[in-house]
Design a protein around this ligand. Structure first.
Ligand code: HEM
Length: 523
């Protein structure tokens, strides 16, 4: 070997040995003291070995670590400067999401991961850009007319599409993937609310309300699903930033992402242009016609560049697409293990039906007031989300050094995350029976639903960025659950708990295959 090459090799070996001997503190500006219970961080690579070891069970691994930590907070670090804390401590959540909100925006790392897909839409925006979208959207979400619009859409989708599909599956004895049907339902529903378009994803073959445009719309739905999954997968690269190299080379998943985004963009822009044209037509202006959907409100309300409107629409579809379906998938799985809870829900549905007999015209789905009376169902769905929150964790970026209420020091540039999945499993938060599915924990002695502090139950986030679609989500989830339980018994066609699949939301890997039987006699 040439002498200079030998010297280089020796120097590299010495550097590596020194690096391995030095404490991680030398490379990372650690909090001092590091929260008790944090996993051992190795020099240079941080917690990478543990991340790799537990990559198939990340949520469970983090839950075990957090449960063992006396404060419910742990420190984690990965390659380079990527370091931060994860917490399940409600006092810390209140600090992050409300009291010191200004110090914890989404930040550049998180927004860059989702930028190609979400652009500058509400989920991926901070500062003034976020504030403006929030103000506009809050106004829209608080109108009674939106609630009526949502209830009507949900009723139509249930009676015209969901129930007929389930009835034909029950009649033929076929197994159906309930998660897939719920995702189709949610996609149709949110597209109608976001831009008053019906992608007809749940429509039976042959039904094409889009006037020959149906295939295009379903292509949009498939592209949206792929773009979501691939963008979310960028979070999970063992080497952060690896996706950038793949994007540069336009290979593998990044290539597919580019193609999916282009399909989503084409479709969204077509809708935006046609809606603009419609809104500006003299006939519409003369009638003072008011569209109910979010897109129309944003077009008439401010920045109406196609680019920005596209970002807003994509963000809203993302918000409504997988969240309610994730919640209901886990709800129905939990229910399949608990016939006692199912029976109580059925009794409640029947007594609500009996009370409104004669008052409302007979229909298969439920009205807003009827849904409001279903306290036990509300509690059971909420309890399912406590154990399986559709958005299992959430992260923000620390702008300036800070100390959390539990004493944990966090540094400028760190990520600070909360883990809603782990929170539902903390005895310190929910008591020793935290792992049990017990809807009663949400009910008063008189059987009324009692809400919890969002800092203990952050399934819908909390503080100024709290979920805007919560009421809409409950309307949809309660309507579907009530109609399904009233009409069918459901048997999960696979043993054991479905494997958890982490995308933007917590999905069931391989779906939720079920067999249905029409309910004929009261149980
Ligand atoms: C079970 C159903 C749902 C759950 C569990 C849920 C949960 C959440 C969570 C955790 C966030 C915070 C996300 C973040 O900041 O990264 C959020 C934000 C949001 N959600 Fe929901 N969501 C649900 C349904 C919906 C629906 C149906 C809509 C309406 C289309 C909606 C609209 C929004 C919007 C617009 C935001 C952004 C708020 C902001 O950043 O200011 N959500 N939701």
């Amino acid at each position: 070997m040439d002498f200079s090459l030998l010297v280089i090799v020796i120097v590299i070996v010495i550097v590596i040995v020194i690096a391995l001997l030095l404490p991680a503190r030398f490379f990372f500006r650690l909090s001092n003291p590091k929260p008790q219970g944090s996993p051992k961080a190795y020099p240079l690579i941080g917690n990478l070995p543990q991340f790799l070891k537990h990559r198939h069970r990340l949520l469970q691994w983090l839950t075990e670590l957090l449960a063992a930590s006396p404060t419910g907070t742990i420190y984690l670090c990965r390659f380079g400067k990527l370091q931060g804390v994860i917490t399940t401590n409600p006092a810390n959540l209140e600090h992050l999401l409300k009291s010191n909100f200004q110090n914890y925006p989404k930040g550049p790392r998180l927004t860059s991961l989702m930028r190609d897909f979400l652009g500058r839409g509400i989920f991926n925006a901070d500062g003034e850009l976020w504030k403006w979208q929030r103000k506009m959207a809050s106004f829209e979400f608080n109108t009674g007319s939106l609630r009526i619009f949502v209830v009507e859409n949900v009723q139509q989708e249930i009676t015209k599409r969901l129930l007929p599909r389930l009835r034909s599956a029950a009649a033929s004895g076929a197994t159906v993937d309930l998660q897939d049907l719920l995702e189709r339902f949610a996609f149709d529903n949110v597209c109608q609310v976001a831009f008053n378009e019906d992608p007809a994803c749940l429509a039976a073959d042959g039904e094409d309300p889009a006037g020959g445009d149906g295939l295009l719309r379903r292509g949009f739905a498939a592209a949206f699903r792929d773009a979501t999954a691939i963008s979310a997968a960028r979070f999970r690269y063992a080497v952060p930033g690896m996706w950038k190299l793949k994007r540069l080379l336009n290979v593998g998943s990044e290539r597919r992402l580019k193609e999916s985004i282009s399909t989503v963009d084409d479709f969204a822009r077509r809708i935006i242009r046609s809606r603009k044209k419609e809104l500006r037509s003299p006939a519409v202006a003369a009638e003072g016609f008011h569209h109910q959907d979010l897109l129309s409100r944003f077009i008439t309300g401010g920045d109406d560049s196609d680019e920005f409107l596209r970002d807003i629409v994509v963000s809203f579809i993302l918000a409504g697409r997988e969240t309610t379906s994730s919640a209901l998938t886990w709800f129905f799985w939990l229910l399949s293990e608990r016939p006692d809870v199912e029976r109580k829900i059925l009794e409640e549905i029947r007594s609500v039906r009996a009370r409104s007999e004669g008052e409302e015209e007979e229909k298969e789905s439920f009205g807003f007031e009827e849904l409001r009376e279903m306290n036990y169902l509300h509690a059971a769905i909420t309890e399912a989300m406590r154990l399986y929150p559709p958005v299992p964790f959430n992260s923000s970026h620390c702008l300036a050094d800070d100390v959390l209420p539990d004493g944990t020091k966090v540094g400028k540039g760190w990520f600070v995350s909360y883990n809603a999945y782990a929170m539902g499993r903390m005895a310190a938060v929910w008591g020793e029976d935290c792992g049990e599915f017990r809807p009663e924990r949400w009910l008063s002695v008189g059987g009324e639903f009692q809400s919890e502090s969002p800092f203990r139950f952050p399934a819908f986030h909390a503080g100024p960025r709290t979920c805007l679609g919560k009421e809409m989500a409950y309307i949809q989830m309660k309507s579907i659950a009530a109609c399904l339980i009233e009409n069918f018994t459901l048997e999960v066609a696979r043993a054991g708990r479905p494997e958890m699949l982490l995308s933007v939301t917590l999905r069931a890997k391989g779906g939720l295959p079920v067999r249905l039987r029409g309910r004929t006699t009261p149980r």
